[in-house]
Structures are given as C-alpha cells and as structure tokens.
Design a protein around this ligand. Structure first.
Ligand code: SF4
Ligand code: SF4
Length: 104
C-alpha cells in the first residue's frame, strides 16, 4: 500500500484551488474532471475544492480516516494541485506534522 493511502494529511491541510477548465466537462479536465458540486467558486478563474478552506480543512473528496486509511473519491478526475503533490513535495511533512503524523 502506498504511504499516501495511510495518510491523507495534505487533503486536510491546504486550500486546493484550480482553474474551472478542470471541472467535469471542461476543456482541461483530467479523466471525468472535478464535479462542480464539490467545489466553491472563488473568482471567474479559480474554483476551490469544498472544505479545503475550513477552519479544520478537509476536502469533500476525501474518504476515510486521516492517518489510518484514506482515498480520494475523485482520484481519476482530481485537479492539478493534487496531481502535483506527493511525498517529494516540500509541504508533505508539514501537512503530516499538522495532522500529528510522523515525518517520512
Ligand atoms: S501529506 Fe504526504 S504522505 Fe500524506 S497523503 Fe499527502 S503526499 Fe502523501
Ligand atoms: S481532490 Fe482528492 S486528492 Fe485532491 S485534496 Fe481532495 S481528496 Fe485530496
């Protein structure tokens, strides 16, 4: 199992903003794209994954329990910020620390 499947900290730490063209049906959607109803509009050029700017952030797309077992329910269509974030990202351990998880 990939370490990210036992973590999920980055999905519960940072705002996830992207261009509306990555929404389902958009010109730059990955796979099925991001369902519009899982996002909130920010500006005409930015939408945000719902839940990621809450006081206790948690993306609405995340299922499971942080630090135990998680999965992204829209994995194939997840937006570009999520595709660019992995264990090599400089903020990975910051997210893990925030969620009380040991650094990798
Ligand atoms: S914080 Fe790091 S280890 Fe955890 S899910 Fe995100 S990329 Fe994976
Ligand atoms: S869309 Fe998926 S990968 Fe991206 S923050 Fe939400 S749950 Fe995490």
């Amino acid at each position: 199992m990939n370490v990210c499947q036992t973590c999920g900290a980055c999905c519960a730490s940072f705002r996830v903003d992207f261009h509306p063209a990555e929404l389902a049906g958009g010109a730059f959607a990955w796979g099925a794209g991001v369902p519009r109803e899982m996002t909130v509009p920010v500006t005409p050029a930015i939408v945000r994954m719902a839940g990621t700017d809450a006081t206790e952030p948690r993306c609405v797309g995340l299922a499971g329990e942080i630090g135990k077992i998680v999965n992204c329910t829209i994995y194939d269509g997840r937006p570009s910020p999520c595709r660019e974030f992995d264990t090599e990202h400089s903020a990975c351990n910051r997210a893990r620390q925030r969620c009380g998880l040991a650094p990798l």
